[in-house]
Write a new protein. Structure first.
Ligand code: DI6
Ligand code: FE
Length: 402
């Protein structure tokens, strides 16, 4: 017989969409062989589970393990100097155009050995995990050459193995135009499609493909070429779109059936409608909005009205969002974007899973899903959104034996 565990006396935010937080008061969960076997109010616990050795959770809040569905946390170096320059008046775009920004991180990432990159990235990964995370998406995009893109993705996979946490890797080779291809972005796209992406795919290093569609990066036409190649290889798509201006990237991504379009401050109604039609998730990144002191808000009202699912993520990166706290991200989504705590928590659980194409496995507490749960020392879900700089995680419950 399979070994099962019963957790009882919990307040369970299942995060199913049928009622606020999918909340179950006085709840119980049975987990078996790493999967959720039963969940519901304790008084309805079936007879067969009543004799299981129970663990009393003492009224604490239980949620699905959180998911950070958009990070660039593997990188070399730091951009603190650029932060100072911005505070003296330089804009993110000016710094980028003068060879700083993403390209300065490219330099530091190329120089670092695989071990150094791992060592530098691990504390950021651990900081995220300390706040109840069970899945992290990690992008490449600071290599912009075959060798370094592969190095970054290998480090991303290794981080997941080291901590026994799910890492979903995303190939972001088209993040910036590398110095070798200045003024020749099309030739770089050729190189990515012909050499880099196929090699990354052959080594099974990418779970998805992303791009940066922006005036300072790549046009929709250039992104389309990468998407065509990714599609031919059977890889799911995502896109950084409408972050600094409106190029129609979100509509492009939606037309390709992308899992998500991310950032979206400058998204227009046509983009919203295209996303609604294709079921593409909007991933909002309040850390980047905050860091860049953006004043243009993502069109939340239009997204709501069209029924576009909304996830949020840290965007953890050295330039526009040096943030390693998913709870701060939840708080910012509420305070800056006026999302409700329930919507923000859905955005780091159920909808974040959808943005990664793993909605059938994780993101809610439902029978058949993975038993990846976070136990919190709070008595209501809004506490997780309300506090600034607090971490009430008691522990993770990750399988039948924990
Ligand atoms: N948008 C962002 O906010 C990050 N990448 C992107 O395409 C920023 C990356 C960086 O500044 O290093
Ligand atoms: Fe990003």
């Amino acid at each position: 017989m399979t070994f099962s565990t019963l957790y009882n006396n919990a307040k369970i935010a299942t995060m199913t969409p049928d009622k606020p937080y999918g909340l179950i008061e006085n709840g119980a969960v049975v987990i078996s062989a790493g999967l959720i076997q039963w969940v519901g109010p304790e008084k309805y616990l079936p007879e067969e589970f009543r004799s299981l050795p129970g663990k009393n959770l003492e009224g604490r809040l239980l949620t699905p393990a959180l998911i950070d569905c958009h990070t660039h946390l593997v990188y070399g170096g730091s951009r603190a100097t650029e932060f100072e320059l911005r505070l003296k008046g330089a804009s993110y775009e000016e710094i980028s155009r003068s060879g700083g920004g993403i390209l300065s991180t490219v330099k530091a990432t190329r120089t670092a050995t695989e071990e150094e990159l791992f060592t530098q990235s691990l504390p950021r990964f651990d900081a995220l995990l300390a706040e109840g995370i069970g899945t992290v998406e990690i992008k490449s995009g600071y290599g912009l050459d075959l060798e370094t893109e592969i190095k970054m993705l290998r480090v991303a996979r290794k981080l997941g193995q080291e901590r026994n946490v799910r890492v979903k890797t995303t190939f972001l080779g088209v993040h910036a135009i590398p110095p070798e291809f200045t003024s020749n972005a099309d030739a770089y796209i050729d190189y990515v499609c012909k050499d880099v992406l196929p090699a990354v795919h052959a080594d099974n290093l990418a779970d998805a493909v992303d791009g940066f569609c922006e005036n300072i990066a790549f046009s929709t036409k250039q992104i389309s070429r990468v998407f065509d190649k990714a599609r031919a290889l059977g890889l799911p798509l995502k896109l950084h779109a409408e972050q600094l201006s409106n190029l129609g990237g979100a509509a492009l991504a939606a037309n390709y059936g992308a899992l998500s379009a991310d950032h979206l401050e400058y998204l227009d109604e046509a983009g919203v409608q295209a996303m609604a039609k294709s079921g593409t998730v909007a991933v909002l990144l309040p850390g980047a909005f905050y860091t860049l002191r953006e004043t243009q808000f993502p069109p939340l009202k239009a997204l709501h009205q069209a029924g576009v699912p909304i996830a949020i993520a840290t965007d953890c990166n050295p330039g526009s969002s040096p943030m390693t706290s998913i709870l701060l991200c939840v708080n910012m989504a509420c305070t800056l974007f006026r999302m409700t705590p329930e919507e923000a928590l859905s955005g780091v659980t159920r909808v974040a899973a959808q943005a990664l194409g793993i909605g059938g496995e994780v993101g809610t507490i439902e029978v058949g899903k993975k038993a990846e749960l976070a136990l919190w020392n709070v008595d209501q879900p809004a506490e997780l959104a309300y506090r600034i700089g607090d971490n009430p995680l008691e522990k993770m419950l990750v399988n039948a034996n924990s």
